[in-house]
Design a protein around this ligand. Sequence first.
Ligand code: ADP
Length: 259
Amino acid sequence: MLTQPLSATLSETALNAVTVNDADAGAPAAQPLLQLRQIRKSYNLGQPNEAEVLHGIDLDLAVGEFVALIGPSGSGKSTLLNIIGLLERPTAGSCKLQDKETSALDDAALTGLRGRALGFVFQFHHLLPAFSALENVCLPALMQEGHVSAERKAQAQQLLTEVGLQDALQKRPGELSGGMQQRVAIARALVLRPPLVLADEPTGNLDTASSAEVFALMRRMHAELHTSFLIVTHDPRLADQCDRVVELIDGSIARDERR
Ligand code: ADP
């Protein structure tokens, strides 16, 4: 039976990823996770239409933070998320993830670090339609480790149980509702126990009730696993429920508030 709390069965995650002060349990630890310094990004370098879209971003995330990234359309949120996700390289500046300067890494090393340190949740779930929920959640393990161990499979099952999908392990994405698909995507993002999950409009495609449910699930995973979340959202009600709100306007940080 997979009835133990996730915090008990997956406790090695928390222990590996973060040292939580017992006296201060639940509060973000000060341990740095991400450090951006003077990040700039220009597109079409050297062309007549060259444009700088990020103008020197400084941003620190500590282990265990739950942060909203907001801002008008075109302000650079996706570009910044792609840089933090090691999917795009900045034109200038320093991006340290888990104390590792990423600008010095080649593509293979970036891919390795991305697989170990980051989980992704997108607006559209990007589940593979031909695979079951369980197989989709196991995929990051297959890609990162070359096989799916019995332990990983059990962890994937446990996560799907935690997100309320214990009866849908063998269902394909097409047989699940939008909210359920997004819950599978969250389980997939967490299966390798990354210290940081990047979510790009994770509720943007959902109705209000499913959106609230998926957001609550991310909060619960954060509370239980101490996984950090950086969530791009257009929804001010969701941003209000995050512990910190970073606002980008025209490629610069206009506001950075902890609640
Ligand atoms: P947001 O996510 O806040 O809507 P984006 O990061 O998508 O903002 O875009 C920021 C700016 O960068 C926009 O002006 C957009 O047109 C431009 N941009 C984004 N990607 C590219 C690209 N690949 N080539 C050229 N310009 C881009």
